[in-house]
Design a protein around this ligand. Structure first.
Ligand code: HEC
Ligand code: HEC
Ligand code: HEC
Ligand code: HEC
Length: 473
């Protein structure tokens, strides 16, 4: 079964999700926008959760604790968590990455002297702690270590190994509840999408940082997980679908919140460019007035593009919504209708002609409240064989809109289909026409290898083929 899983989700190799944009049609005002970054003072960075000290990864690495080199069966956990993290998980190298040649280029462009000492970079590439919150084994070079996700261990390190220790107790001692799927997703998104205070802005991307993209089920699989599946069968069933759906809800809410925050700090009507569709700006233009050849015309993507809004405007990167809306329809139909309406207004919004700053902000506030309200119905939603199948059906049947929403949306759709396919397989076994369906998902995966080569027409056609296979299944 593990092999089967690897075939689909594993194929959606995360390496391909980094897009290289090489073409740009804009005057260069790099000098202003890349103005010197001011490091926040340590006290400003210390948030309310950092009440306790960070004890360092070495506090967990004893072979009788989490540092066994093989999985054990003495307790519920394998005790090899540290080993898996140190050997296989990229998080263990996140600090080292800051000393790489790539990081040096980013730093040079941003006028940061040493990325490995910059609070801006360490915020996501390590567990920064103010001096009074550093336990004796704390080490900044530990990278994104245990306490980045599980919380500062000062108060829970000792009690957590005693019988009867539970998540409620843990939470009151500063342990982060990674078992709660909403909280788990929010934790990943803090660094993989950003939070107020730590962001991969367009400025960072322009300087050379990979753009961020995330889908928790595929990313957790790629980490790889150092935890075991839940013991109860009912908790294991359709787990991947639940993790995916909740991750989508959390990602959408995160996007709307950051969008609002970004608009507050910027002076223009539009938010940071990282919230917009990259390829709305980064595409080839055949810059000639007359005598354009037929061949050149085929290169002009806009001739065949379908605009959700008005042509020639900034376009919101709707990848956090266009796939998620299919779950909302199932789990929170009423909110779903309101979301559709608001987003129609919003789509024209970032630089829309009639929207004033105030009306756009009001729309965003409503969106924010709704994005909040859909989280719990999605988290409570009970998946079944039928609903997973019907989700795959409706996503694949939406190829036209997904393709028209651009590469980033297509990417989310493929990750979703891979995740749902795998979950189906794990919980209910092979679906009818399994092989053909898997092959088609693989073909879709090939279609999202390169953002600059994304062909919406071909993508839509492949989605159509998948839809046909699924509706017969
Ligand atoms: C909001 C969190 C965040 C901030 C801030 C951030 N990064 Fe990153 N960085 C990430 C994540 C997440 C990845 C991995 C992305 C992926 O693979 O999906 C990454 C990847 C990278 C990579 C590529 C690593 C590789 O394995 O190829 C480099 C280099 C990098 N970051 C350098 C920096 C530098 C330098 C800074 C500061 C100027 C910085 N980052 C700030 C989150 C962040
Ligand atoms: C990037 C985030 C992240 C990092 C870093 C991380 N973990 Fe985890 N860990 C998780 C998630 C998510 C789970 C699954 C949810 C759960 O079972 O609590 C988990 C589960 C566990 C579990 C199983 C808990 C249980 O009750 O089944 C143990 C033990 C654990 N982690 C220990 C560690 C140790 C030790 C380290 C450092 C070497 C570490 N983790 C680093 C995210 C992380
Ligand atoms: C404290 C910030 C932080 C948190 C929290 C975090 N990550 Fe990461 N993650 C990073 C950084 C930084 C990198 C890039 C490391 C590198 O390239 O060496 C990364 C890399 C990854 C990668 C490797 C991606 C690739 O390109 O191969 C995966 C997979 C991943 N994270 C999954 C997760 C999951 C799942 C969670 C939540 C359970 C999570 N991360 C939580 C910061 C974080
Ligand atoms: C509103 C238009 C717009 C959007 C949307 C946009 N960019 Fe940019 N991008 C620009 C401009 C303008 C520059 C600066 C060009 C220069 O300095 O010559 C730039 C520069 C860059 C650069 C530096 C390389 C270069 O060509 O200068 C990269 C990489 C980049 N953008 C990636 C992205 C990614 C990834 C996204 C989506 C997350 C994105 N951009 C969204 C307009 C945009």
């Amino acid at each position: 079964m593990a092999v089967e899983k690897a075939v689909v989700k594993g194929r959606v190799g995360l390496g391909v999700l980094l897009v290289w944009c090489v073409f740009i049609v804009w005057p260069s005002w790099r000098t202003e926008s890349f103005a010197e970054y001011k490091e926040p003072a340590v006290s400003e960075r210390t948030s309310g959760v950092d009440l306790y000290s960070y004890m360092g990864a070495s506090s967990c690495s004893n072979s009788d604790c989490h540092g066994s080199s093989t999985a054990r069966n003495k307790f519920r956990i394998g005790q090899n968590e540290y080993y898996i993290w140190a050997q296989k998980d990229k998080h263990a190298k996140a600090y080292e990455v800051l000393t790489s040649a790539d990081a040096k280029i980013i730093a040079r462009n941003l006028k940061i002297a040493k990325p490995e000492e910059s609070a801006r970079c360490l915020a996501c590439h390590a567990v920064p702690a103010s001096p009074d919150r550093q336990g004796s084994l704390y080490d900044i070079t530990d990278s994104v270590s245990c306490e980045a996700c599980h919380g500062p261990a000062e108060k829970w390190l000792d009690p957590h190994i005693r019988p009867g220790f539970d998540p409620q107790r843990g939470a009151s001692l500063g342990m982060y509840n990674t078992k709660d799927l909403v909280k788990r997703a929010e934790k990943c998104l803090e660094c993989h999408a950003g939070t107020g205070g730590k962001e991969v802005t367009h400025e960072l991307i322009g300087a050379g940082h990979p753009r961020l993209t995330f889908e928790i089920d595929a990313y957790a699989y790629a980490m790889p997980p150092h935890w075991r599946p839940p013991q109860e069968r009912k908790d294991r069933e359709w787990l991947g679908a639940r993790v995916w759906a909740i991750g989508q809800a959390a990602a959408f809410r995160n996007e709307i919140r950051r969008l609002m925050a970004s608009r507050r700090v910027d002076s223009g009507l539009w938010p940071d460019f990282a919230h917009l569709d990259c390829f709305a700006c980064h595409h080839a233009v055949v810059d000639r007035l007359r005598g354009i050849t037929e061949q050149e015309k085929t290169e002009q993507g806009w001739r065949r593009k379908e605009y959700a809004g008005t042509p020639g405007r900034l376009v919101w990167n709707s990848s956090s919504y266009v796939v998620f809306r299919h779950v909302v329809k199932l789990a929170a139909a009423e909110e779903g209708k309101q979301l559709e309406q608001l987003l129609r207004v919003f789509h024209e919004g970032p630089a829309g002609k009639e929207s004033s700053r105030e009306s756009l902000q009001a729309t965003l506030s409503k969106l924010s409240a709704l994005s909040d309200r859909v989280v719990s119905p999605v988290a409570r939603y009970t998946f079944t064989k039928q609903s997973v199948m019907s989700l795959m059906n409706s996503i694949s049947g939406d190829g036209h809109r997904l393709a028209a929403s651009g590469f980033l949306a297509a990417e989310q759709a493929v990750l979703a289909l891979a995740s749902l396919y795998d979950t189906y397989f794990e919980t209910a076994g092979a679906m009818p026409s399994s092989q053909a369906i898997k092959d088609t998902i693989d073909a879709l995966h090939k279609a999202i290898q390169r953002g600059s080569a994304f062909d919406p027409i071909e993508f839509e056609a492949t989605m159509g083929r998948l839809h046909e296979l699924l509706s017969k299944a």
